[in-house]
Unconditional design. Structure first.
Length: 160
Protein backbone atom coordinates (compact mmCIF):
# COMPACT_ATOMS: atom_id res chain seq x y z
CA UNK A 1 0.00 0.00 0.00
CA UNK A 2 1.47 3.33 -1.02
CA UNK A 3 1.29 6.41 1.21
CA UNK A 4 -1.17 9.04 0.22
CA UNK A 5 0.06 12.48 -0.74
CA UNK A 6 -2.01 14.07 2.01
CA UNK A 7 -0.07 12.19 4.76
CA UNK A 8 3.33 13.28 3.48
CA UNK A 9 3.64 17.04 3.71
CA UNK A 10 6.89 18.43 2.26
CA UNK A 11 6.13 21.92 3.55
CA UNK A 12 6.54 20.79 7.16
CA UNK A 13 9.94 21.91 8.52
CA UNK A 14 12.42 19.31 9.71
CA UNK A 15 12.41 20.72 13.26
CA UNK A 16 8.71 19.94 13.66
CA UNK A 17 9.17 16.36 12.42
CA UNK A 18 11.80 15.60 15.08
CA UNK A 19 10.54 13.09 17.63
CA UNK A 20 11.84 14.75 20.81
CA UNK A 21 14.81 16.51 22.34
CA UNK A 22 18.30 15.81 21.17
CA UNK A 23 19.93 13.02 23.18
CA UNK A 24 22.59 13.93 25.70
CA UNK A 25 25.95 12.25 25.68
CA UNK A 26 26.57 9.81 28.48
CA UNK A 27 22.96 9.17 29.42
CA UNK A 28 20.87 11.27 31.80
CA UNK A 29 21.76 10.90 35.47
CA UNK A 30 25.32 9.85 34.89
CA UNK A 31 26.86 12.77 33.06
CA UNK A 32 30.23 13.37 34.70
CA UNK A 33 29.57 16.99 35.75
CA UNK A 34 26.26 16.08 37.35
CA UNK A 35 27.71 13.09 39.17
CA UNK A 36 30.59 15.16 40.56
CA UNK A 37 28.15 17.92 41.54
CA UNK A 38 25.92 15.86 43.78
CA UNK A 39 28.74 13.83 45.33
CA UNK A 40 30.81 16.95 46.09
CA UNK A 41 27.74 18.75 47.47
CA UNK A 42 26.99 15.83 49.82
CA UNK A 43 30.60 15.70 51.01
CA UNK A 44 30.61 19.48 51.52
CA UNK A 45 27.48 19.26 53.65
CA UNK A 46 28.91 16.41 55.72
CA UNK A 47 32.26 18.16 56.18
CA UNK A 48 30.52 20.85 58.22
CA UNK A 49 29.96 18.19 60.88
CA UNK A 50 33.53 16.89 60.84
CA UNK A 51 36.38 18.17 62.98
CA UNK A 52 37.97 21.30 61.51
CA UNK A 53 40.33 22.00 64.41
CA UNK A 54 41.94 19.75 66.97
CA UNK A 55 44.39 20.16 69.78
CA UNK A 56 45.24 19.21 73.29
CA UNK A 57 45.90 21.07 76.45
CA UNK A 58 45.82 20.23 80.17
CA UNK A 59 45.52 16.51 79.40
CA UNK A 60 42.44 17.13 77.32
CA UNK A 61 42.05 16.57 73.59
CA UNK A 62 39.46 18.68 71.80
CA UNK A 63 38.00 18.76 68.33
CA UNK A 64 35.88 21.57 66.95
CA UNK A 65 33.46 20.81 64.13
CA UNK A 66 32.86 23.11 61.20
CA UNK A 67 29.33 23.80 62.41
CA UNK A 68 30.74 25.21 65.66
CA UNK A 69 33.40 27.54 64.21
CA UNK A 70 30.93 30.30 63.49
CA UNK A 71 28.86 31.50 60.59
CA UNK A 72 31.36 30.43 57.92
CA UNK A 73 31.04 26.74 58.82
CA UNK A 74 27.27 26.98 58.66
CA UNK A 75 27.44 28.80 55.32
CA UNK A 76 29.58 25.99 53.88
CA UNK A 77 26.85 23.54 54.88
CA UNK A 78 24.08 25.65 53.33
CA UNK A 79 26.05 26.22 50.11
CA UNK A 80 26.38 22.45 49.81
CA UNK A 81 22.65 22.14 50.42
CA UNK A 82 21.87 24.69 47.68
CA UNK A 83 24.15 22.93 45.18
CA UNK A 84 22.49 19.60 45.99
CA UNK A 85 19.02 21.15 45.70
CA UNK A 86 19.93 22.58 42.28
CA UNK A 87 20.86 19.08 41.12
CA UNK A 88 17.56 17.55 42.28
CA UNK A 89 15.50 20.45 40.92
CA UNK A 90 17.08 19.92 37.51
CA UNK A 91 16.25 16.21 37.78
CA UNK A 92 12.63 17.21 38.53
CA UNK A 93 12.52 19.32 35.36
CA UNK A 94 12.98 22.77 36.89
CA UNK A 95 15.84 24.58 35.19
CA UNK A 96 17.43 27.99 35.48
CA UNK A 97 16.71 30.60 32.81
CA UNK A 98 18.94 30.36 29.71
CA UNK A 99 20.43 33.78 30.46
CA UNK A 100 21.93 32.40 33.72
CA UNK A 101 23.38 28.95 33.05
CA UNK A 102 23.36 26.55 35.97
CA UNK A 103 27.04 25.76 35.51
CA UNK A 104 27.86 29.41 36.23
CA UNK A 105 25.85 29.30 39.46
CA UNK A 106 27.58 26.08 40.54
CA UNK A 107 31.03 27.56 39.87
CA UNK A 108 30.11 30.73 41.81
CA UNK A 109 28.79 28.77 44.80
CA UNK A 110 31.85 26.52 44.80
CA UNK A 111 34.13 29.56 44.70
CA UNK A 112 32.26 31.16 47.59
CA UNK A 113 32.55 27.99 49.67
CA UNK A 114 36.26 27.77 48.84
CA UNK A 115 36.82 31.32 50.07
CA UNK A 116 34.95 30.57 53.31
CA UNK A 117 36.97 27.42 53.96
CA UNK A 118 40.24 29.21 53.15
CA UNK A 119 39.38 31.94 55.66
CA UNK A 120 38.87 29.31 58.37
CA UNK A 121 41.99 27.44 57.23
CA UNK A 122 44.17 30.52 57.62
CA UNK A 123 42.55 32.08 60.68
CA UNK A 124 41.64 29.96 63.71
CA UNK A 125 39.05 31.79 65.85
CA UNK A 126 40.40 33.01 69.19
CA UNK A 127 37.75 31.15 71.15
CA UNK A 128 39.33 27.84 70.11
CA UNK A 129 42.93 28.58 71.08
CA UNK A 130 43.69 25.15 72.56
CA UNK A 131 42.85 23.84 69.09
CA UNK A 132 46.18 24.60 67.52
CA UNK A 133 45.99 22.26 64.54
CA UNK A 134 43.73 21.71 61.59
CA UNK A 135 41.81 18.46 61.50
CA UNK A 136 40.81 16.35 58.51
CA UNK A 137 37.34 17.92 58.17
CA UNK A 138 38.61 21.28 56.98
CA UNK A 139 40.73 19.60 54.32
CA UNK A 140 37.74 17.57 53.18
CA UNK A 141 35.67 20.77 53.03
CA UNK A 142 38.36 22.42 50.90
CA UNK A 143 38.58 19.44 48.53
CA UNK A 144 34.81 19.22 48.15
CA UNK A 145 34.43 22.94 47.48
CA UNK A 146 37.10 22.68 44.78
CA UNK A 147 35.25 19.64 43.39
CA UNK A 148 32.06 21.73 43.14
CA UNK A 149 33.98 24.25 41.04
CA UNK A 150 35.23 21.40 38.87
CA UNK A 151 31.69 20.05 38.51
CA UNK A 152 30.48 23.43 37.28
CA UNK A 153 33.30 23.58 34.75
CA UNK A 154 32.48 20.05 33.54
CA UNK A 155 28.83 21.03 33.15
CA UNK A 156 29.86 24.09 31.14
CA UNK A 157 31.86 21.82 28.86
CA UNK A 158 28.82 19.52 28.48
CA UNK A 159 26.63 22.50 27.53
CA UNK A 160 28.95 23.43 24.70
Amino acid sequence: MEPELEDFNEAEPAAERRMGPLPTTGGGYWLLGERVQWIAAMVMMLSAFMGWYSGSGDGLTIAVTGWNVGILGKLVFFIGLIVLAMFWLRRAGIETPPSVPESLIVVALGSLATVFVLIRLISIPDTYLPADGRAIGIWIALASSLAVIGAGLLQAADEL
